[in-house]
Design a protein around this ligand. Structure first.
Ligand code: 5AD
Length: 348
């Protein structure tokens, strides 16, 4: 067991790459339990036992990209494609507001129909109707000018996972027109412009090694994002990657704790993907230091069409209509699901 390393991480919020590598390679149940306990205590110190909700609106399944791991990749001709209208998106936010959601995450493929003009119009309409709400965009790589416009229109936050901080690994997961350098340019622009910015990666993605994960953690520590999205890679049947590595849920939960301790004030979701591969996965993520959940607010008619991976949950407690059920599940962790924008608290 690595008590000393874990205590160093909990006290100094950093480790050397060698220590991180050791902690990951020699992971044990007792290490996981100690990390989870320290991570939850660190979260409590900053945010209290409060879990924030983000209403996820998956507004377009049309994507120009061809990421090899994603069910929405351009070459997947079996995927059903849709895009929501502005009015449909606004209905989702109205419904979400009534359910107590105070952050809306608009996520979609890289769909050129959503020009700066249209997205800005949608964001300002949401902000006008729901002045006490935050709007997060998750619409991929765009120009700096475009990000500036979206920020000026009132967008508060932006999610763009870096996917892997290792250039060679990035190349094996993406077509050649997508590069890590471009992804990093986008992330730096977003943070400079003033968005609360989120990066993140998949756990157990094809070809991923411990060294890759160490690079991801180092990048996260240095970039200091306000949000980090970490979820298990889950294969999609119509992509080239069909296998899932064993123990991915446990490793994901372990890494959630490490990220919480590296960046004590980070907003950290227990993802729907984690809930998909593991019974009580989201609850276990919360107990390991996560403090965000993202109920699905997409219209029921399209919910089964936004399929990044197989067997994605969308009708149970991950559906925004079932917040009462979600609330009960979160209570089992000793935390409270709250109605709050849940902005980042800066402790530096
Ligand atoms: N399994 C898990 N996560 C996936 N994503 C894309 N495809 C998959 C998959 N098969 C994640 C990526 C992306 C986010 C929107 O969804 O990390 O950034």
């Amino acid at each position: 067991m690595h008590t000393e390393i874990i205590e160093k991480l909990a006290n100094t919020h950093d480790l050397t790459d060698d220590e991180l590598r050791l902690l990951i390679n020699e992971r044990s149940d007792s290490d996981a339990a100690l990390l989870a306990q320290k991570a939850a205590a660190t979260r409590d110190r900053i945010y209290g036992k409060r879990v924030f909700m983000r209403g996820l609106i998956e507004f377009s399944s049309i994507c120009r990209n061809d990421c090899l791991y994603c069910g929405l990749r351009r070459s997947n001709t079996s995927a059903e494609r849709y895009r929501l209208t502005k009015d449909e998106i606004l209905s989702c936010t109205d419904e979400g507001y009534a359910l107590g959601l105070r952050t809306f995450v608009l996520q979609g493929g890289e769909d050129s129909a959503f020009t700066d003009e249209l997205l800005c119009d949608i964001v300002s309409a949401i902000k006008q109707r729901h002045q006490d709400c935050a709007v997060t965009l998750s619409v991929g790589e765009r120009s700096r000018r475009s990000y500036e416009r979206l920020f000026e229109a009132g967008t508060d936050r932006y999610l763009l996972r870096h996917e892997t901080a290792d250039e060679e690994h990035y190349g094996r997961l993406h077509p050649k027109e997508l590069t890590l350098a471009k992804r990093m340019r986008c992330l730096n622009d977003l943070k400079e412009i003033g968005f609360q910015t989120g990066c993140g990666f998949m756990v157990g993605s094809p070809f991923q090694t411990t060294d890759h994960i160490v690079s991801d953690l180092r990048f996260i520590k240095e970039f200091r994002p306000q949000m980090v999205g970490i979820g298990p890679f889950i294969p999609h049947k119509d992509t080239p990657f069909r296998n899932m590595s064993a123990g991915t849920a446990e490793l994901t939960i372990y890494l959630l704790s490490i990220v919480r301790l590296l960046l004590p004030d980070v907003l950290l979701p227990a993802t729907t993907a984690l809930g998909t591969i593991s019974e009580n996965g989201r609850e276990r993520g919360i107990m390991a230091g996560a403090n965000v959940v993202m109920p699905n607010l997409s219209p029921v008619s399209v919910r089964r069409k936004y399929l990044l991976y197989d067997n994605k949950l969308c009708t149970d407690s991950e559906a925004a209509e079932n917040i009462a059920q979600l609330k009960k599940q979160i209570q089992t962790t000793g935390c409270d699901l709250v109605t709050d924008r849940g902005d980042h608290i800066s402790k530096t």
